[in-house]
Design a protein around this ligand. Structure first.
Ligand SMILES: CC(C)(COP(=O)(O)OP(=O)(O)OC[C@H]1O[C@@H](n2cnc3c(N)ncnc32)[C@H](O)[C@@H]1OP(=O)(O)O)[C@@H](O)C(=O)NCCC(=O)NCCS
Length: 407
Protein backbone atom coordinates (compact mmCIF):
# COMPACT_ATOMS: atom_id res chain seq x y z
CA UNK A 1 0.00 0.00 0.00
CA UNK A 2 1.25 3.50 -0.80
CA UNK A 3 0.09 7.00 -1.65
CA UNK A 4 -0.59 7.46 -5.37
CA UNK A 5 1.16 9.96 -7.61
CA UNK A 6 -1.11 12.53 -9.32
CA UNK A 7 -0.75 10.76 -12.69
CA UNK A 8 -2.16 7.55 -11.16
CA UNK A 9 -5.49 9.24 -10.46
CA UNK A 10 -7.26 7.75 -13.54
CA UNK A 11 -6.33 4.20 -12.52
CA UNK A 12 -7.31 4.94 -8.91
CA UNK A 13 -10.72 6.25 -9.98
CA UNK A 14 -11.12 3.26 -12.29
CA UNK A 15 -10.64 0.80 -9.40
CA UNK A 16 -13.04 2.82 -7.29
CA UNK A 17 -15.67 2.83 -10.06
CA UNK A 18 -15.56 -0.94 -10.46
CA UNK A 19 -16.03 -1.58 -6.73
CA UNK A 20 -18.87 0.97 -6.43
CA UNK A 21 -20.59 -0.16 -9.66
CA UNK A 22 -20.31 3.24 -11.29
CA UNK A 23 -20.87 3.10 -15.02
CA UNK A 24 -19.86 6.65 -15.96
CA UNK A 25 -16.65 7.03 -17.96
CA UNK A 26 -13.74 7.65 -15.58
CA UNK A 27 -12.45 10.52 -17.76
CA UNK A 28 -15.22 12.81 -16.57
CA UNK A 29 -14.24 12.20 -12.96
CA UNK A 30 -10.51 12.76 -13.41
CA UNK A 31 -10.73 16.51 -14.05
CA UNK A 32 -13.02 16.95 -11.07
CA UNK A 33 -10.74 15.08 -8.69
CA UNK A 34 -7.61 16.78 -10.06
CA UNK A 35 -9.19 20.13 -9.21
CA UNK A 36 -10.33 18.85 -5.83
CA UNK A 37 -6.93 17.50 -4.82
CA UNK A 38 -4.59 19.84 -6.66
CA UNK A 39 -1.16 18.22 -6.73
CA UNK A 40 -1.62 16.72 -3.26
CA UNK A 41 -2.48 13.04 -3.51
CA UNK A 42 -0.60 12.18 -0.30
CA UNK A 43 -3.77 11.00 1.45
CA UNK A 44 -5.06 9.02 -1.56
CA UNK A 45 -3.77 5.51 -0.95
CA UNK A 46 -3.80 2.47 -3.18
CA UNK A 47 -3.15 -1.23 -2.64
CA UNK A 48 -1.28 -3.22 -5.28
CA UNK A 49 -1.03 -6.85 -6.29
CA UNK A 50 2.27 -6.74 -8.16
CA UNK A 51 1.84 -3.89 -10.64
CA UNK A 52 -1.96 -4.09 -10.55
CA UNK A 53 -3.80 -1.51 -8.45
CA UNK A 54 -6.52 -3.41 -6.57
CA UNK A 55 -7.69 -1.13 -3.76
CA UNK A 56 -8.32 2.57 -3.04
CA UNK A 57 -8.58 4.58 0.17
CA UNK A 58 -8.60 8.26 1.00
CA UNK A 59 -8.68 10.34 4.14
CA UNK A 60 -8.93 14.07 4.75
CA UNK A 61 -8.67 16.33 7.77
CA UNK A 62 -11.96 17.45 9.33
CA UNK A 63 -12.98 19.11 12.56
CA UNK A 64 -15.43 16.94 14.47
CA UNK A 65 -17.82 18.70 16.87
CA UNK A 66 -18.18 17.05 20.27
CA UNK A 67 -20.90 17.46 22.92
CA UNK A 68 -20.68 21.03 24.17
CA UNK A 69 -19.35 22.49 20.91
CA UNK A 70 -15.58 21.93 21.20
CA UNK A 71 -13.97 20.26 18.18
CA UNK A 72 -11.18 17.75 17.70
CA UNK A 73 -9.17 17.10 14.55
CA UNK A 74 -10.44 13.92 12.89
CA UNK A 75 -9.36 11.80 9.97
CA UNK A 76 -12.38 11.37 7.68
CA UNK A 77 -12.10 8.15 5.67
CA UNK A 78 -13.67 7.84 2.22
CA UNK A 79 -13.23 6.20 -1.22
CA UNK A 80 -12.63 2.77 0.35
CA UNK A 81 -12.82 0.17 -2.40
CA UNK A 82 -11.32 -3.19 -3.31
CA UNK A 83 -11.70 -4.90 -6.68
CA UNK A 84 -14.07 -7.89 -6.58
CA UNK A 85 -11.22 -10.08 -7.83
CA UNK A 86 -9.27 -9.26 -4.66
CA UNK A 87 -11.85 -8.80 -1.92
CA UNK A 88 -11.89 -10.77 1.37
CA UNK A 89 -8.15 -11.26 1.28
CA UNK A 90 -7.25 -8.56 3.76
CA UNK A 91 -6.72 -5.67 1.31
CA UNK A 92 -8.98 -3.26 3.23
CA UNK A 93 -7.35 -4.36 6.49
CA UNK A 94 -3.96 -3.68 4.93
CA UNK A 95 -4.96 -0.12 3.99
CA UNK A 96 -7.04 0.89 7.00
CA UNK A 97 -4.89 -0.41 9.85
CA UNK A 98 -1.68 1.46 8.95
CA UNK A 99 -3.64 4.58 8.06
CA UNK A 100 -5.30 4.63 11.49
CA UNK A 101 -1.82 4.51 13.01
CA UNK A 102 -0.66 7.29 10.67
CA UNK A 103 -3.68 9.40 11.66
CA UNK A 104 -2.81 8.87 15.33
CA UNK A 105 0.72 10.08 14.62
CA UNK A 106 -0.67 13.12 12.79
CA UNK A 107 -2.46 14.01 16.02
CA UNK A 108 -6.00 13.24 14.85
CA UNK A 109 -8.10 12.31 17.87
CA UNK A 110 -10.60 10.13 16.00
CA UNK A 111 -11.26 8.58 12.64
CA UNK A 112 -14.73 8.95 11.16
CA UNK A 113 -16.56 7.47 8.20
CA UNK A 114 -19.91 6.59 6.64
CA UNK A 115 -20.19 2.83 6.18
CA UNK A 116 -21.60 1.52 2.90
CA UNK A 117 -22.46 -1.68 4.77
CA UNK A 118 -22.92 -1.99 8.53
CA UNK A 119 -20.72 -5.07 9.16
CA UNK A 120 -17.49 -3.72 7.66
CA UNK A 121 -15.92 -1.39 10.24
CA UNK A 122 -16.81 -2.54 13.77
CA UNK A 123 -13.87 -4.96 13.76
CA UNK A 124 -11.55 -1.97 13.33
CA UNK A 125 -12.98 -0.18 16.37
CA UNK A 126 -15.50 2.10 14.64
CA UNK A 127 -18.88 2.48 16.33
CA UNK A 128 -22.10 3.99 14.94
CA UNK A 129 -22.51 7.30 16.79
CA UNK A 130 -25.15 9.26 14.86
CA UNK A 131 -28.34 8.39 13.05
CA UNK A 132 -29.82 9.74 9.84
CA UNK A 133 -33.55 9.93 9.37
CA UNK A 134 -35.53 10.47 6.16
CA UNK A 135 -38.97 12.10 6.14
CA UNK A 136 -41.84 12.57 3.74
CA UNK A 137 -44.24 15.46 4.20
CA UNK A 138 -47.58 15.33 2.36
CA UNK A 139 -48.10 18.97 1.54
CA UNK A 140 -51.90 18.70 1.21
CA UNK A 141 -52.05 17.98 4.94
CA UNK A 142 -49.20 20.23 6.07
CA UNK A 143 -50.98 22.99 7.98
CA UNK A 144 -48.76 25.06 10.21
CA UNK A 145 -49.52 26.24 13.72
CA UNK A 146 -47.59 29.50 13.30
CA UNK A 147 -46.10 31.86 10.75
CA UNK A 148 -42.55 33.18 10.87
CA UNK A 149 -41.96 36.94 11.13
CA UNK A 150 -39.13 37.21 8.60
CA UNK A 151 -39.09 36.86 4.82
CA UNK A 152 -37.93 34.15 2.42
CA UNK A 153 -36.18 35.12 -0.80
CA UNK A 154 -34.90 33.10 -3.71
CA UNK A 155 -31.23 33.69 -4.44
CA UNK A 156 -28.76 32.40 -7.01
CA UNK A 157 -26.34 29.66 -5.87
CA UNK A 158 -23.48 32.15 -6.22
CA UNK A 159 -25.19 34.46 -3.70
CA UNK A 160 -25.90 31.59 -1.34
CA UNK A 161 -22.22 30.63 -1.55
CA UNK A 162 -21.53 33.91 0.29
CA UNK A 163 -24.25 33.46 2.90
CA UNK A 164 -24.46 29.74 3.65
CA UNK A 165 -21.08 28.94 5.27
CA UNK A 166 -21.67 31.29 8.22
CA UNK A 167 -25.12 29.84 8.88
CA UNK A 168 -23.82 26.29 8.55
CA UNK A 169 -21.01 27.17 10.94
CA UNK A 170 -23.52 27.94 13.69
CA UNK A 171 -25.32 24.63 12.99
CA UNK A 172 -22.01 22.77 12.98
CA UNK A 173 -21.10 24.15 16.39
CA UNK A 174 -24.49 23.27 17.86
CA UNK A 175 -24.58 19.53 17.13
CA UNK A 176 -22.08 16.88 18.17
CA UNK A 177 -21.20 14.83 15.10
CA UNK A 178 -21.11 17.71 12.62
CA UNK A 179 -17.93 18.13 10.60
CA UNK A 180 -16.28 21.12 8.97
CA UNK A 181 -16.73 21.61 5.21
CA UNK A 182 -14.02 22.46 2.75
CA UNK A 183 -14.55 25.31 0.23
CA UNK A 184 -14.61 22.80 -2.61
CA UNK A 185 -17.47 20.99 -0.91
CA UNK A 186 -19.55 24.20 -0.91
CA UNK A 187 -18.96 24.77 -4.62
CA UNK A 188 -19.98 21.22 -5.38
CA UNK A 189 -23.13 21.17 -3.32
CA UNK A 190 -24.33 24.47 -4.77
CA UNK A 191 -23.77 23.32 -8.35
CA UNK A 192 -21.02 25.88 -8.93
CA UNK A 193 -18.75 23.10 -10.13
CA UNK A 194 -19.77 20.30 -12.46
CA UNK A 195 -19.51 16.98 -10.69
CA UNK A 196 -18.97 13.59 -12.29
CA UNK A 197 -21.96 12.12 -10.46
CA UNK A 198 -24.50 14.78 -11.55
CA UNK A 199 -23.11 16.12 -14.84
CA UNK A 200 -26.45 17.18 -16.33
CA UNK A 201 -28.35 18.24 -13.21
CA UNK A 202 -29.21 21.90 -12.86
CA UNK A 203 -27.96 23.67 -9.72
CA UNK A 204 -30.35 23.51 -6.76
CA UNK A 205 -32.94 26.20 -6.08
CA UNK A 206 -31.79 28.31 -3.16
CA UNK A 207 -33.91 30.15 -0.62
CA UNK A 208 -32.75 32.30 2.29
CA UNK A 209 -34.69 33.29 5.40
CA UNK A 210 -33.95 36.78 6.71
CA UNK A 211 -35.14 37.95 10.14
CA UNK A 212 -37.15 41.19 10.50
CA UNK A 213 -33.93 42.98 11.45
CA UNK A 214 -32.24 41.88 8.23
CA UNK A 215 -30.15 38.99 9.52
CA UNK A 216 -29.87 35.88 7.27
CA UNK A 217 -30.74 33.03 9.64
CA UNK A 218 -31.30 30.03 7.40
CA UNK A 219 -31.13 28.59 3.93
CA UNK A 220 -32.84 25.87 1.96
CA UNK A 221 -31.52 24.19 -1.18
CA UNK A 222 -33.87 21.94 -3.13
CA UNK A 223 -34.86 20.33 -6.42
CA UNK A 224 -38.39 19.81 -7.69
CA UNK A 225 -39.39 16.89 -9.89
CA UNK A 226 -42.57 17.76 -11.66
CA UNK A 227 -45.25 15.16 -12.20
CA UNK A 228 -49.00 15.08 -12.41
CA UNK A 229 -51.58 12.35 -12.06
CA UNK A 230 -54.83 12.88 -14.03
CA UNK A 231 -53.73 16.52 -14.35
CA UNK A 232 -53.66 16.90 -10.58
CA UNK A 233 -50.46 18.43 -9.20
CA UNK A 234 -48.00 15.79 -8.05
CA UNK A 235 -44.58 17.40 -7.97
CA UNK A 236 -42.06 16.18 -5.42
CA UNK A 237 -39.72 18.64 -3.76
CA UNK A 238 -36.51 17.12 -2.45
CA UNK A 239 -34.69 19.12 0.21
CA UNK A 240 -30.95 19.00 -0.44
CA UNK A 241 -30.15 20.94 2.70
CA UNK A 242 -31.96 22.95 5.34
CA UNK A 243 -29.73 24.78 7.79
CA UNK A 244 -31.05 27.32 10.26
CA UNK A 245 -29.67 29.25 13.19
CA UNK A 246 -33.03 30.20 14.73
CA UNK A 247 -36.44 28.56 15.30
CA UNK A 248 -38.07 31.32 13.22
CA UNK A 249 -35.87 30.49 10.22
CA UNK A 250 -36.65 26.78 10.63
CA UNK A 251 -40.38 27.54 10.60
CA UNK A 252 -40.13 30.10 7.82
CA UNK A 253 -38.28 27.81 5.43
CA UNK A 254 -40.39 24.72 6.10
CA UNK A 255 -43.53 26.75 5.61
CA UNK A 256 -42.17 28.34 2.44
CA UNK A 257 -41.40 24.89 0.98
CA UNK A 258 -44.70 23.30 2.00
CA UNK A 259 -46.73 26.14 0.45
CA UNK A 260 -45.07 26.05 -2.99
CA UNK A 261 -47.68 25.40 -5.68
CA UNK A 262 -48.10 22.17 -7.64
CA UNK A 263 -46.44 19.99 -4.98
CA UNK A 264 -47.77 16.83 -3.46
CA UNK A 265 -44.84 15.96 -1.22
CA UNK A 266 -41.52 17.04 0.25
CA UNK A 267 -38.79 14.51 0.91
CA UNK A 268 -35.64 15.02 2.96
CA UNK A 269 -32.80 12.72 4.07
CA UNK A 270 -29.99 12.87 6.60
CA UNK A 271 -32.03 14.60 9.28
CA UNK A 272 -32.37 14.10 13.02
CA UNK A 273 -34.62 11.61 14.78
CA UNK A 274 -35.74 14.49 17.05
CA UNK A 275 -36.69 16.65 14.06
CA UNK A 276 -38.76 19.63 15.28
CA UNK A 277 -40.87 19.63 12.09
CA UNK A 278 -43.70 17.59 13.64
CA UNK A 279 -44.20 20.32 16.25
CA UNK A 280 -44.72 22.97 13.56
CA UNK A 281 -47.74 21.13 12.17
CA UNK A 282 -51.36 20.99 13.26
CA UNK A 283 -51.60 17.30 12.31
CA UNK A 284 -48.18 15.66 12.02
CA UNK A 285 -49.71 12.18 12.31
CA UNK A 286 -51.47 12.78 9.00
CA UNK A 287 -48.84 14.85 7.21
CA UNK A 288 -45.44 13.50 8.21
CA UNK A 289 -43.84 10.10 7.93
CA UNK A 290 -40.40 8.82 8.84
CA UNK A 291 -39.42 6.83 5.75
CA UNK A 292 -35.99 5.63 6.86
CA UNK A 293 -33.82 5.60 9.96
CA UNK A 294 -30.25 4.29 9.85
CA UNK A 295 -26.80 4.58 11.37
CA UNK A 296 -24.79 7.41 9.82
CA UNK A 297 -21.47 8.69 11.24
CA UNK A 298 -19.12 6.05 12.67
CA UNK A 299 -16.48 7.18 15.16
CA UNK A 300 -13.20 5.42 15.97
CA UNK A 301 -11.30 6.97 18.91
CA UNK A 302 -7.58 7.32 18.15
CA UNK A 303 -6.57 9.44 21.15
CA UNK A 304 -9.05 8.21 23.74
CA UNK A 305 -7.99 10.56 26.54
CA UNK A 306 -8.11 13.67 24.33
CA UNK A 307 -11.46 12.75 22.82
CA UNK A 308 -13.06 12.13 26.21
CA UNK A 309 -11.64 15.18 27.92
CA UNK A 310 -12.41 17.61 25.08
CA UNK A 311 -16.15 16.91 25.09
CA UNK A 312 -18.49 18.42 27.68
CA UNK A 313 -20.43 16.64 30.40
CA UNK A 314 -23.61 17.79 32.10
CA UNK A 315 -22.94 16.22 35.50
CA UNK A 316 -20.04 15.73 37.87
CA UNK A 317 -18.84 12.13 37.94
CA UNK A 318 -15.78 9.90 37.90
CA UNK A 319 -15.60 6.57 36.06
CA UNK A 320 -12.82 4.18 35.16
CA UNK A 321 -13.21 2.56 31.75
CA UNK A 322 -11.37 -0.50 30.49
CA UNK A 323 -11.34 -0.10 26.71
CA UNK A 324 -10.43 -3.03 24.50
CA UNK A 325 -8.86 -1.93 21.22
CA UNK A 326 -8.67 -4.73 18.63
CA UNK A 327 -5.81 -2.89 16.88
CA UNK A 328 -3.90 -1.87 20.02
CA UNK A 329 -3.91 1.84 19.10
CA UNK A 330 -5.79 3.64 21.83
CA UNK A 331 -7.16 1.10 24.29
CA UNK A 332 -6.29 0.67 27.96
CA UNK A 333 -7.73 1.73 31.29
CA UNK A 334 -8.82 5.35 31.55
CA UNK A 335 -9.96 7.39 34.49
CA UNK A 336 -12.42 10.08 33.45
CA UNK A 337 -13.12 12.82 35.99
CA UNK A 338 -15.73 15.10 34.54
CA UNK A 339 -17.88 18.03 35.57
CA UNK A 340 -19.82 20.72 33.68
CA UNK A 341 -16.77 22.97 34.13
CA UNK A 342 -14.30 20.60 32.41
CA UNK A 343 -12.95 17.07 32.28
CA UNK A 344 -9.69 15.25 32.80
CA UNK A 345 -9.01 11.83 31.29
CA UNK A 346 -5.83 9.83 31.79
CA UNK A 347 -4.61 6.27 31.92
CA UNK A 348 -4.86 4.66 35.33
CA UNK A 349 -4.18 1.43 37.17
CA UNK A 350 -7.29 1.82 39.36
CA UNK A 351 -9.97 -0.88 39.15
CA UNK A 352 -12.34 -0.51 36.22
CA UNK A 353 -15.99 0.44 36.68
CA UNK A 354 -16.97 -0.60 33.15
CA UNK A 355 -15.38 -2.66 30.38
CA UNK A 356 -16.22 -1.96 26.76
CA UNK A 357 -14.88 -2.38 23.24
CA UNK A 358 -13.50 0.47 21.14
CA UNK A 359 -16.63 0.09 18.97
CA UNK A 360 -18.85 0.79 21.99
CA UNK A 361 -16.71 3.72 23.06
CA UNK A 362 -16.94 5.22 19.56
CA UNK A 363 -20.71 4.78 19.64
CA UNK A 364 -21.17 6.56 23.00
CA UNK A 365 -18.53 9.23 22.42
CA UNK A 366 -20.96 11.78 20.94
CA UNK A 367 -23.55 11.34 23.68
CA UNK A 368 -26.35 9.86 21.57
CA UNK A 369 -26.16 6.12 22.29
CA UNK A 370 -27.40 4.78 25.63
CA UNK A 371 -24.89 2.84 27.72
CA UNK A 372 -27.77 0.89 29.27
CA UNK A 373 -28.86 -0.22 25.81
CA UNK A 374 -25.34 -1.40 25.01
CA UNK A 375 -25.15 -3.10 28.42
CA UNK A 376 -28.46 -4.88 27.75
CA UNK A 377 -26.98 -6.08 24.46
CA UNK A 378 -23.88 -7.39 26.22
CA UNK A 379 -21.66 -4.74 24.61
CA UNK A 380 -20.70 -3.05 27.93
CA UNK A 381 -19.84 -4.94 31.12
CA UNK A 382 -20.50 -3.40 34.52
CA UNK A 383 -17.52 -4.27 36.74
CA UNK A 384 -18.66 -2.30 39.80
CA UNK A 385 -22.38 -2.32 40.73
CA UNK A 386 -24.04 1.05 40.19
CA UNK A 387 -21.41 2.37 37.81
CA UNK A 388 -23.48 1.77 34.66
CA UNK A 389 -26.13 4.25 35.73
CA UNK A 390 -23.49 6.80 36.79
CA UNK A 391 -21.71 6.46 33.44
CA UNK A 392 -25.02 6.66 31.57
CA UNK A 393 -25.80 10.02 33.18
CA UNK A 394 -22.28 11.20 32.48
CA UNK A 395 -22.07 10.28 28.79
CA UNK A 396 -25.60 11.30 27.79
CA UNK A 397 -25.78 14.69 26.07
CA UNK A 398 -29.01 16.63 25.73
CA UNK A 399 -28.48 17.54 22.06
CA UNK A 400 -28.63 14.34 20.02
CA UNK A 401 -25.67 14.03 17.65
CA UNK A 402 -26.27 14.78 13.98
CA UNK A 403 -24.01 14.84 10.95
CA UNK A 404 -25.45 16.51 7.86
CA UNK A 405 -22.43 16.25 5.57
CA UNK A 406 -22.08 13.26 3.26
CA UNK A 407 -18.51 12.30 2.41
C1 LIG B 1 -15.91 -3.33 1.72
C2 LIG B 1 -14.59 -3.68 1.04
C3 LIG B 1 -13.72 -2.44 0.92
C4 LIG B 1 -13.90 -4.74 1.95
O1 LIG B 1 -12.59 -4.97 1.42
P1 LIG B 1 -11.87 -6.36 1.64
O2 LIG B 1 -10.46 -6.22 1.13
O3 LIG B 1 -12.71 -7.45 1.13
O4 LIG B 1 -11.83 -6.45 3.24
P2 LIG B 1 -10.89 -7.38 4.10
O5 LIG B 1 -10.55 -8.63 3.31
O6 LIG B 1 -9.75 -6.63 4.65
O7 LIG B 1 -11.92 -7.76 5.24
C5 LIG B 1 -11.58 -7.81 6.61
C6 LIG B 1 -12.70 -8.52 7.33
O8 LIG B 1 -13.92 -7.82 7.16
C7 LIG B 1 -14.93 -8.65 6.59
N1 LIG B 1 -15.68 -7.87 5.60
C8 LIG B 1 -15.18 -7.08 4.63
N2 LIG B 1 -16.16 -6.54 3.91
C9 LIG B 1 -17.31 -7.00 4.45
C10 LIG B 1 -18.68 -6.80 4.14
N3 LIG B 1 -19.04 -6.00 3.11
N4 LIG B 1 -19.61 -7.41 4.87
C11 LIG B 1 -19.22 -8.22 5.92
N5 LIG B 1 -17.93 -8.46 6.26
C12 LIG B 1 -17.00 -7.84 5.53
C13 LIG B 1 -14.13 -9.76 5.90
O9 LIG B 1 -14.89 -10.92 5.75
C14 LIG B 1 -12.96 -9.93 6.82
O10 LIG B 1 -13.37 -10.72 7.91
P3 LIG B 1 -12.43 -11.87 8.51
O11 LIG B 1 -11.21 -11.14 9.01
O12 LIG B 1 -13.26 -12.47 9.60
O13 LIG B 1 -12.12 -12.78 7.39
C15 LIG B 1 -14.81 -4.27 -0.37
O14 LIG B 1 -15.61 -5.41 -0.24
C16 LIG B 1 -15.46 -3.31 -1.35
O15 LIG B 1 -14.77 -2.62 -2.07
N6 LIG B 1 -16.81 -3.27 -1.40
C17 LIG B 1 -17.53 -2.41 -2.36
C18 LIG B 1 -17.30 -0.91 -2.08
C19 LIG B 1 -17.60 -0.55 -0.65
O16 LIG B 1 -18.66 -0.86 -0.12
N7 LIG B 1 -16.66 0.14 0.00
C20 LIG B 1 -16.78 0.57 1.39
C21 LIG B 1 -17.17 2.01 1.42
S1 LIG B 1 -17.56 2.58 3.04
Amino acid sequence: MRAIAPDELPTWLGVNSVAFHQNRPVDSAVAYHRERLGADTSRCLAAFDGQRMVGTYESFAADLTLPGGACVPASAVTAVAVLPTHHRRGVLTGMLTPDLRAATERGEAASILLASEYPIYGRFGFGPATEAVAYRLETAHADFVDAAPGRVELVEPQQLREIAPAIFESVRRSYPGQISRRPFNWDTRLGLRATPWRPDDPPPRCAVYTSPNGQPEGYLTYDVHRESVNRNPGASLHVEELATSSPAAYLGLWRYAAEIDLLSEITVNMRLAAEPLAWLLTNPRRALQQTMRTDFLWVRPLDTARLLQTRSYAVEERVVLEVDDPLGISGGRFSLEAAPTGACCQTTSAAADLSLSMLALGAISLGGVSLQTLHAAGRIREERPGSLLRAERLFHWSTAPWCSTFF
